[in-house]
Ligand binder design. Structure first.
Ligand code: PEP
Length: 251
């Protein structure tokens, strides 16, 4: 996938189905100032209804918020990547800090999930990012490098076409505290440099890297204006249709 402007909404465990349909319709019906890939990471329970009721075309596409690392079996309550592919869901989010924290997803499990997702034909928004403690210690870049090295960098250059990276400092998620545009740009440039060293210039130049962490209508323009910030993964503000449309039109 060539590098694109991407606005991805992460609804987490929010909305009922009718609220989800209304929200997705507001987003898909809104005018666009520029070419933007809009991805909505919705609860599993909403996927079928949204596919039926909302024009999920090139204007808005869907993502799941996680998937299992096996294709089938005795894993009660889990959803496999092949099930998502069967439902024609194009993207899955992997490595979100909430999954890492509450579901104990570590780098090696995420490597297995990435492998399974790509083998099923899904594209992946892969999240990384450091805690406040690590940021204060000044080791955030090497921490993110380890996250990527131990999971994402098992993929080959060809497979990286199916990856969007989301840098999400944990201290900025749902806290109202946003990384400054300079902090975001510094990390994004460092990630692009890691991609260049691992895969070469072509992959580095073509991989979209999103910023996530309290992106709002009021700060999106400045964040998205940074050279290496290709868009956002947005939690709270993606639940407000008008605000998310404002974010989509901030490129
Ligand atoms: C997220 O959940 O990925 C996120 C960035 O949340 P928020 O925008 O609410 O900080």
């Amino acid at each position: 996938m060539a590098r694109k402007n991407v606005a991805a909404g992460n609804w987490k465990m929010n909305t009922n189905i009718s609220q989800g349909i209304e929200l997705a319709q507001t987003i898909s019906n809104a005018g666009r100032d520029k070419e933007v890939l809009v991805i909505l990471a919705v609860p599993f329970t909403h996927i079928f209804a949204l596919q039926k009721k909302v024009k999920t075309s090139s204007k808005v596409i869907l993502a799941a918020q996680t998937c299992h690392h096996k294709t089938s079996g005795a894993y009660t309550g889990e959803i496999s990547p092949t099930m998502l592919a069967d439902m024609k869901v194009p993207y899955v989010v992997l490595g979100h800090s909430e999954r890492r924290e509450y579901n104990h997803e570590n780098n090696s499990l995420l490597a297995a999930k990435l492998r399974a997702a790509l083998d099923a034909g899904l594209k992946v928004i892969f999240c990384c990012g450091e805690s406040l403690e690590i940021r204060k210690a000044g080791t955030h870049i090497s921490y993110v490098k380890t996250q990527l090295t131990e999971s994402l960098f098992q993929l080959d250059a060809q497979e990286m076409k199916n990856i969007v990276i989301a840098y999400e400092p944990i201290w900025a998620i749902g806290t109202g505290e946003t990384a400054s545009p300079v902090q975001a740009q510094d990390m994004h440039a460092a990630i692009r440099d890691m991609l260049r060293k691992k895969y070469g210039k072509r992959v580095a130049d073509n991989t979209s890297i999103l910023y996530g962490g309290s992106v709002k209508g009021s700060n999106a323009k400045e964040l998205f204006g940074q050279a290496d910030v290709d868009g956002g993964l947005v939690g709270g503000a993606s639940l407000n249709g008008q605000e998310f449309v404002q974010i989509i039109n901030s490129f």
